[in-house]
Design a protein around this ligand. Structure first.
Ligand SMILES: Nc1nc2c(c(=O)[nH]1)N[C@H]1C(S)=C(S)[C@@H](COP(=O)(O)OP(=O)(O)OC[C@H]3O[C@@H](n4cnc5c(=O)[nH]c(N)nc54)[C@H](O)[C@@H]3O)O[C@H]1N2
Ligand SMILES: Nc1nc2c(c(=O)[nH]1)N[C@H]1C(S)=C(S)[C@@H](COP(=O)(O)OP(=O)(O)OC[C@H]3O[C@@H](n4cnc5c(=O)[nH]c(N)nc54)[C@H](O)[C@@H]3O)O[C@H]1N2
Ligand SMILES: [Mo]
Length: 686
């Protein structure tokens, strides 16, 4: 089919960007017929999208025209959590919210908390106008840690930022380690590059406790225990040293702290790591030989490794490997976790922290929202949280230790506003729900964390019902609250232009929908890392100054396997392929593919517990209990169960999901969550 991708003529598909929290940030083409979006496709003219979309987003019209879309403001009529609401008009809803927030702010604005994450990654509809509003109000700040801060800080303290290889060059690599990532499920367009490399003879190795669909298609799968990646990386270094597979010139010129790291790595012979990781010693030796003797060699590490106590250290250890062998010399060598640090986003211009004036509100970590909603006013904490404004997130489903999150959201004295497309588990606890537009109905502009193109999203259709964009809602609230700074009058298109200013050619974005950043092909071929020393920092002075270990090390999990006889199994809860976190769970055609909540368990763990495939099981620990169906499967390694996420609680069999079991403890770096550092026991239901 011919698609006129470079025109703006009527009847041609509308160019947009996928808004979801996914590294691929695809360029979309939406076909509109009579004002109705009838098809969403990948733009074949955008090289990273290459005309292909995942199953989820190709169902976008089904999500947009879903019969349960919220189309008017709603006010709660039943008890919190009951899900009973009545429509109200916008004027009433905005007046009520402005009055409640205004009264709380008059006493203490820090008692108000925004809660948001990446329901949309758009720079406008995420924090574009929202940050201005909350800064002006003086509300508590939110530390947006729920996904990526452990790995992000690790990269910053090693390479100097969330930066790395250009993703397209993986296609030329001869060896690719896919480390802590199920690319086929969560980074499909990277997988296409890996396959291209494979066809050209590259070897693919998957390092993941779960035998994922990606592991199935790699040459080798190393099924290590969750939270043991740093031990594996240190053993690889040990082998690089003893076999002298090192690039001494690169190490001497472009790295910092090698003598100390060398000493530490020599404490990790493969046999020691094999015991910690629970994998054969030969597998570690072979991986080290592959890494030490193949060029160009590259690592696609992803966020799966960093959701454990030592996640930051693990990412640091992994990020050291390319410098040791000089892999960075080649454009198809190195490591990529996130490319987001390459984008020149003008955050201050967008978010306007100057509106705080001389106030410095406290910061609340979104991971511990369960505990924090239940805290009273105290000198260490500050005021009790009295109001929450939730947008682009579904914390009741996605935040750890749900029992506490639910208790917090159920507080009768808490005033909660939720901006949403659907009546999610979180929206059920709102006092007021405000209908938000979807990506097909608003403007936005996007960076990416998996490639290095900027994308513009044009609205394809009029907002459905009375839906308004997040930015429009915060503009209206600002007006109601009497905030008269001119920045509260910026419309969404102006905000799009503000995001990159002159750094990106906006006319090009308007014309073709995307623009490629001008970046070096092999960023660290000659060193030049944007760290304080200008080198790849094996040793980080900045971490040492914070009283932390300056070198990467293996830190055992908060809940190490084998330490709690009542809860002997480790549980990880990676995303399901046809959901995006908890988004799309209510799209029937996608839910039908996933079927129902499942716990994968290895036969050697199922048999002694009398668990057969398809049987309902109780998964439990001291924090809670969750019921779902067992899937006795080789996808689970012995000792580890996989609770695939993230179901809406109300669509699960007993109104709970895996986050009943996860803890609110934090990672070593970045104050991140430890979703995959969690011990449980499983029993067959009677
Ligand atoms: N289809 C789909 N795509 C998604 C998402 C989704 O929910 N669904 N979520 C999006 C989001 S928010 C993010 S952050 C990214 C995440 O992208 P990735 O980080 O690539 O996430 P996953 O695909 O979950 O891969 C994580 C893998 O890590 C494995 N793992 C768990 N614990 C460990 C460990 O200790 N060590 C190692 N080596 N591996 C471990 C899990 O089994 C899983 O296969 O994906 C995005 N894309
Ligand atoms: N057990 C376990 N828990 C996890 C994870 C895990 O692997 N295991 N993964 C974690 C990770 S990586 C992440 S990133 C978090 C994700 O957690 P969240 O960021 O909360 O992501 P979603 O669950 O997708 O919820 C996003 C919500 O935003 C809404 N939304 C989308 N676009 C818009 C918009 O334009 N306006 C408004 N107002 N709303 C919009 C969607 O309808 C959806 O309900 O979950 C974390 N939780
Ligand atoms: Mo995430």
């Amino acid at each position: 089919m011919h698609l006129p991708i470079n025109t703006n003529e009527p009847h041609s598909p509308v160019r947009g960007a996928c808004p979801h929290d996914c590294p691929d940030t695809c360029a979309l083409l939406t076909t509109v017929d009579n004002g109705r979006a009838i098809r969403v496709q990948g733009n074949p003219g955008h090289r990273h999208t290459d005309g292909a979309l995942c199953t989820k987003v190709s169902r976008y019209p089904e999500r947009t025209y879903h019969p349960e879309r919220i189309l008017t403001p709603l006010r709660r009529t039943g008890p919190k959590g009951s899900g009973r609401f009545e429509p109200v008009d916008w004027e009433t809803a905005l007046d009520e919210i402005a009055a409640r927030l205004g009264a709380i702010a008059a006493r203490d604005p820090e008692a108000i908390l925004p809660y948001s994450y990446a329901g949309t990654m758009g720079l406008v509809q995420s924090e574009g106008m929202a940050a201005r509003f909350f800064h002006r109000l003086g509300a508590s700040l939110l530390d947006r840690t729920i996904c990526a801060t452990a790995g992000g800080e690790a990269m910053t303290h090693t390479l100097g930022g969330k930066i790395g290889m250009k993703v397209e060059h993986f296609a030329e690599s001869r060896l690719i380690l896919i480390w802590g990532s199920n690319s086929i499920a969560s980074n499909l367009h990277f997988w296409r590059l890996a396959q291209q490399a494979k066809r050209n003879g590259a070897r693919l190795v998957c390092i993941d406790p779960r035998r994922t669909e990606t592991a199935d298609k790699c040459h080798e799968h190393i099924a290590l225990r969750p939270g043991t990646d740093a031990a594996l990386a240190l053993a690889l270094m040990h082998e690089l040293i003893v076999h002298d597979w090192l690039d001494h010139d690169y190490i001497a010129r472009h790295t910092l702290g090698w003598p100390a790291l060398r000493e530490r790595a020599l404490q990790w012979p493969p046999a020691r790591a094999a015991g910690v990781c629970g994998v054969p010693v030969e597998q570690i030796e072979r991986l080290a030989r592959d890494w030490g003797t193949t060029a160009p060699a590259a690592i696609r590490v992803n966020y799966g490794v960093q959701r454990v106590r030592g996640g930051g250290n693990a990412v640091r250890a992994i990020a050291c490997l390319p410098a040791l062998t000089g892999a960075w010399r080649h454009r198809a060598g190195g490591v990529l976790l996130s490319s987001s640090g390459h984008f020149p986003v003008r955050r201050a211009a967008l978010h306007r922290p100057d509106l705080l004036a001389d106030r410095t509100p406290r910061t609340i970590n979104m991971v511990t929202i369960g505990d924090d909603l239940l805290r009273e006013t105290s000198p260490g904490f500050g005021p009790r949280i009295e109001a929450l404004v939730v947008y682009n997130s579904n914390p009741v489903a996605v935040a750890p230790e749900s029992a506490k999150v639910v208790r917090g959201f159920a507080r009768e004295d808490l005033f909660t506003v939720v901006l949403e497309h659907f009546q999610t588990d979180t929206a059920d606890y709102a006092d007021l729900i405000l209908p938000a537009t979807t990506q097909l109905e608003h403007w936005d502009i996007h960076a990416s964390y998996g490639h290095t193109d900027v994308l513009l999203n044009r609205p394809a259709i009029e907002p459905r019902g009375q839906a308004r964009s997040n930015a429009a809602i915060f503009r209206a609230l600002a007006a109601r609250m009497g905030f008269d700074e001119p920045c509260f009058r910026d419309d969404d298109l102006t905000l799009c232009r503000t995001a990159f200013g002159d750094e990106v050619d906006f006319d090009l974005l308007l014309a073709q929908g995307f623009a490629t950043l001008d970046l070096p092909e092999a960023p660290f071929a000659e060193g030049g890392f944007p760290t304080p020393s200008g080198k790849c920092e094996f040793f980080s002075e900045r971490l040492a100054r914070q009283g932390l270990d300056g070198l990467p090390d293996h830190l055992p999990n908060h809940e190490p396997a084998g330490t709690d006889p009542r809860h002997p199994l480790a549980m990880i809860s990676p995303p399901a392929r046809n959901f995006l976190n908890s988004s799309f769970v209510n799209v029937k055609s996608l839910r039908d593919i996933e079927g129902e909540p499942l716990l994968e368990i290895h036969a050697s763990d199922a048999e002694p517990r009398g668990i057969q495939d398809g049987r309902m099981v109780r998964v439990f620990n001291a924090r809670g209990e969750y019921r779902c169906k067992a899937r006795v499967s080789e996808r689970a390694r012995p000792g580890v169960v996989n609770g695939l996420g993230i179901w809406w609680r109300k669509l699960g069999p007993d109104g709970t999901n895996v986050n009943e079991l996860t803890s609110q403890r934090l990672t070593d770096l970045g104050r991140g969550p430890v979703f995959y550092d969690c011990l449980v026991e499983v029993a067959a239901c009677p």
